[in-house]
Design a protein around this ligand. Structure first.
Ligand code: ATP
Length: 360
């Protein structure tokens, strides 16, 4: 149990359509992450699944049952928010027990379930403390504990780690992944954070302007973005996109001219492509120093030395946008000194004028 289907789900606020016909099947036990830029509708979609927001059109189906008209408590879901929403005057035990008290569960059942949740979340020694005595990470675990005791079919998380510092976020990512394995429950998770999405998701749903831009396993989105939006959104720093013109095609290759060079890419050609404007995508981490299949002369104007890698922001002739490159380790690259960088044709992505990827 814990299967969710969204069928052409729409949400409008007044005149403004913020979710524009989203259809998606989430499988039992799956960890699905919604990502996308601010305002793309990810929280609204989650809140509609939770029943906190009315669905303007379309169906939300949980375990085969249409739940559009069911209140949140009847949907078999539990939601964890960014603001932990704990009761400050109650102990950790009472905060976790809260939904069971509302259900009027017997005291021995409450004790058993709260203690079991506390053990999973390493909160056993904190049960008599108040939220004010806990760290941010511990508070978020109390909020998760409150969701666990309800034994929901589906857990919904709305940016649960955004109030935590970087080190704690990394710890909590691992905790949540462990929790997912241990409980085997379906989890749907909204975040801005690409690392959270890439590391925790079985599948990522990339949303853009109320539409799904692509759904896929994390590495599928990284290696095979279906459009320039996903190509730019997944991967950090973002993929370089360079204007190119198609000058030849075959069943297994497309030849383009880009930055004064002729490049043949292992991409399926199609009719009518010759003469059209394309975009050539190359990830910064696929750029190397020196001469490779394709060599570009760039002038780095900002070089960030991060120790484990060197990130360059460079001017490229005829282009206003920076050309980004990431090199492993520490490199003695000087600002404003021309530099030859290169990349392999096989690492490139190609997109048509509408921004859709040509198949690799
Ligand atoms: P963020 O990452 O910034 O939280 P999001 O992708 O979760 O963004 P939503 O919170 O779902 O985006 O909001 C989508 C759009 O709907 C935004 O433009 C927002 O201003 C609008 N919106 C959300 N809630 C309401 C509301 N109650 N009334 C009117 N507009 C709303």
């Amino acid at each position: 149990m814990g299967q969710l289907s969204l069928k052409s789900v729409i949400k409008t606020f007044g005149e403004f359509e913020v979710v524009k016909g989203v259809s998606l099947d989430v499988h039992e036990g799956e960890f699905v992450v919604f990502v996308g830029p601010s305002g793309c509708g990810k929280s609204t979609l989650l809140r509609m699944i939770a029943g906190l927001e009315h669905t303007t059109d379309g169906d939300i189906v949980i375990d085969g049952k249409r739940v559009n008209d069911l209140p949140p408590v009847k949907r078999g879901i539990a939601m964890v928010f960014q603001s932990y929403a704990l009761y400050p005057h109650m102990t950790v035990f009472e905060n976790i027990a809260f939904p069971l008290r509302v259900e009027k569960a017997p005291a021995d059942v409450i004790k058993k379930k709260v203690e079991a949740a506390a053990a999973i979340l390493h909160l056993d020694t904190r049960l008599q403390q108040k939220p004010g005595q806990l760290s941010g990470g511990q508070r978020q675990r109390v909020a998760i504990g409150r969701a666990i005791v309800r034994e929901p079919e589906i857990f919904l998380f709305d940016e649960p780690l955004s109030n935590l510092d970087a080190a704690l976020r990394a710890d909590m990512r691992i905790e949540l992944t462990r929790l997912h394995k241990q409980l085997g429950a379906t989890m749907i998770y909204v975040t801005h954070d690409q690392i959270e999405a890439m590391t925790m998701a079985d599948r990522i749903v990339v949303l853009n302007g109320g539409h799904i831009a692509q759904v896929g396993a994390p590495l599928e989105l990284y290696h095979k973005p279906q459009n320039t939006f996903v190509a730019g959104f997944i991967g950090n720093p973002r993929m370089n996109l360079l204007p190119a013109r198609c000058v030849g095609t075959s069943a297994a290759a497309v030849t383009v001219q880009c930055q004064g060079q002729t490049i043949t890419l292992p991409v399926a050609g199609r009719e009518g492509l010759v003469g059209s404007d394309l975009l050539l995508g190359i990830r910064p981490e696929h750029v190397a120093l020196g001469r490779v299949d394709v060599t570009l002369r760039v002038v780095p104007h900002v070089v960030e030395q991060l120790g484990q890698q060197t990130v360059g922001y460079a001017a490229l002739e005829g282009r206003e946008e920076n050309f980004l490159f990431v090199l492993p380790g520490t490199r003695g690259i000087q600002d404003d000194q021309p530099l030859d960088v290169g990349f392999r044709a096989g690492d490139c992505h190609l997109f048509d004028a509408e921004g859709n990827a040509l198949e690799r």
